[in-house]
Design a protein around this ligand. Structure first.
Ligand code: MG
Length: 288
């Protein structure tokens, strides 16, 4: 009896100690928003939205506040010209032979072209998206930024892989091309910079392996945030990152909020005006 009482007392003490911790959500990011009066190109003053996540401004360029990810060299691939074979249970969205699984964002025929086994945007083609829609999934996609290097910063090899047609993993030529860390290749755009810069040189095939868990919504609010784990050329660059909001551009220092959407959405490839090529795209659906 005495032993049981002791156990119960210990249990009660543990509960009292543990409860305050359990009630706290350590992953909740601190997001602040404010406006700054700035002069536009037309010389007129206007209010510009700014936003910070855990004390760091969106698209912060000051390396003392937001350091650039360490540049590393990913391991060599035995046959870089050949795509990585998909596993037997994958849904093949693009194998280099057909555009049949792809449409324009409005559901009409895609304006992207099949060029030497790759998916290629054309001038003002707009994005292309998969016909099939997905929720939580493992997504493999390979891409090559233009060998002919033109532009700099966000204007060089810019594209993007959008999960559920909503959440952008930035594609950029980040090889010897500096930009704000939360907008370089492999960033969850405007939200999370990659852990390292594992980019290959322009023109070389590169890969993303993305493990994505969709967000959940109730009563118009997000109740479970999306998560991303991403390997870039085989290197971990996002480690179960819990997405703090939307990845939509809302100004030079402002991101979109979560907006409730359906449980499934397409894989969307961005047209940002740069001829980035894509190949070997496959998906494995995951349980929520
Ligand atoms: Mg982009």
């Amino acid at each position: 009896m005495k032993k049981r009482l002791l156990t119960l007392t210990r249990y009660a003490i543990c509960l009292v100690v543990a409860l305050p911790c359990a009630a706290q959500d350590f992953d909740t990011p601190v997001i602040e928003k404010w406006t700054v009066t700035e002069k536009g190109r037309d010389g007129k003053e206007k209010e510009v939205g700014h936003m910070s996540i855990d004390g760091i401004n969106v698209h912060e360029r000051n390396p003392e506040i937001q350091p650039q990810p360490l540049i590393i060299t990913p391991g060599a691939v035995a046959q870089p010209d050949l795509p990585t074979p998909a596993p037997s249970d994958a849904i093949i969205l693009f194998d280099g032979t057909s555009l049949e699984n792809w449409v324009a964002n409005d559901g009409k025929a895609t304006k992207w072209l099949l060029v030497d086994g790759a998916l290629s945007p054309t001038k003002k083609s707009g994005p292309t998206r998969s016909k099939q829609v997905f929720g939580s999934c493992q997504l493999h996609v390979e891409f090559a930024t233009p060998k002919n290097v033109i532009g700099s910063d966000q204007g060089r090899g810019n594209s993007g892989v959008w999960l559920m047609g909503q959440y952008e993993i930035q594609v950029l030529d980040s090889y010897e091309n500096k930009t704000y860390p939360d907008g370089q290749s492999g960033a969850v755009y405007g939200r999370s910079k990659p852990l390292v810069n594992a980019s290959r040189p322009p023109g070389e095939w590169q890969s993303f392996d993305i493990i994505f868990h969709r967000p959940k919504f109730a009563d118009g609010k997000v109740v479970k945030r999306a998560t991303f784990t991403i390997l870039y050329n085989g290197v971990l660059i996002q480690d179960h990152y819990e997405l703090s909001g939307g990845t939509g551009w809302r100004g030079p220092h402002m991101m979109s909020d979560y907006v409730p959407h359906a449980d499934k959405g397409p894989v969307l490839l961005q047209d940002h005006g740069n001829p980035v090529l894509f190949r070997n795209i496959w998906v494995r659906e995951l349980e929520d």
